[in-house]
Design a protein around this ligand. Structure first.
Ligand code: FE2
Length: 311
């Protein structure tokens, strides 16, 4: 995927200056909460403890999203081993580091240090082998990894990588004091750090003061969900506590979602256009058929998925 596809830096600076005059668009009918999900405690990589919030059984429902992991611990034993070299094919992995430092290296030659509010967007496409290793021996490490599927026509494209420091991410504040970081998509005229034509992902981090309201327009065809990582919010009268994901209804007449903060709250709002294609996952490979998974495995075993550059 060409780098230009994910680069809205010029536009970002212009639009952020226009903040104060940007009208707050109105949602006439909010989506509702269909289901609240607690996630499942698990570990991955070399023993990193995490909560898998978006699990395998929700992949069709939340198409084009395949996985959301939340990690957060102040105990180094929970994260110190990180994620040594491992392969991926067929999707994009978006890591949002709330606190902590993690270094990424991959077989396509990309390297980046992800820290304190930064985002790493890695399009594995036809294949990368990468490592994600903490660069801290103590303190809090907290963040999220979201997997976003690729359309069948994009799965064998060249890999792509970009990382953003927190200061590079488009951010704005509503008149009610809601701080909005636009990682992907568009919110109230502010374009995100990354855009994708087919899946049209929206990825917002919202910091809401108690009592504040936030409205976000959503395309009716998009699947959407929220993850509350601090405090508590309500959507259409339904309360969503911390460490819970709320899957939002796909109501044809609803034109967005309205969040109301019951306490100071921090929330991820994620939405995207479903691909409506078969999803066949085998560990770190997500393709459209069993045959393509066999191909991925044999490419990996034969060293055709990519090789790590020397340290
Ligand atoms: Fe990975």
């Amino acid at each position: 995927m060409p780098a230009a596809n994910g680069d809205n830096e010029q536009q970002k600076h212009t639009e952020i200056k226009m903040n104060t005059t940007t009208p707050i668009s109105t949602v006439t009918l909010s989506r509702m909460v269909e289901h609240i999900v607690a996630g499942r405690a698990t570990s991955d990589g070399a023993g990193v403890k995490l909560t898998r919030v978006l699990t395998h059984d929700l992949q069709q429902r939340l198409d084009p999203f395949l996985m959301l992991d939340a990690f957060g611990s102040e105990n180094p034993d929970d994260y110190i081993a990180g994620f040594p070299d491992h392969p991926h094919r067929g999707f994009e992995a978006v890591t949002y580091m709330i606190a902590g430092r993690m270094r990424h290296r991959d077989s396509a030659g990309h390297e980046g240090l992800l820290e304190n509010g930064g985002v790493q967007w890695m399009t594995a496409a036809r294949g990368v082998i990468h490592s994600e290793i903490p660069e801290q021996e103590e303190g809090v490490m907290e963040g999220f990894q979201l997997w976003l599927n690729l359309h069948s026509s994009e799965k064998m494209n060249a890999p792509w990588y970009r990382d953003f420091q927190n200061a590079d991410l488009p951010q704005w504040v509503t008149p009610q004091g809601v701080a909005v970081t636009v990682i992907a998509g568009e919110s109230h005229g502010i374009k995100g750090a990354v855009t994708r034509e087919i899946t049209q992902p929206l990825y917002l981090d919202l910091h809401l003061p108690r009592g504040a309201r936030f409205e976000q327009v959503l395309a009716p065809t998009h699947n959407a969900f929220l993850y509350v990582y601090r405090g508590e919010i309500t959507v259409s009268g339904q309360s969503i506590p911390a460490q819970r994901m709320a899957i939002l209804t796909n109501t044809a007449a609803a034109d967005g979602v309205v969040l109301q903060a019951s306490t100071d709250a921090k929330v991820l709002l994620i939405a995207g256009q479903p691909l409506n294609e078969p999803i066949v996952q085998h560990g770190p490979f997500v393709m459209n058929s069993a045959q393509e998974i066999h191909q991925a495995l044999s490419d990996f075993r034969a060293g055709r998925l990519g090789e790590m550059p020397p340290a």
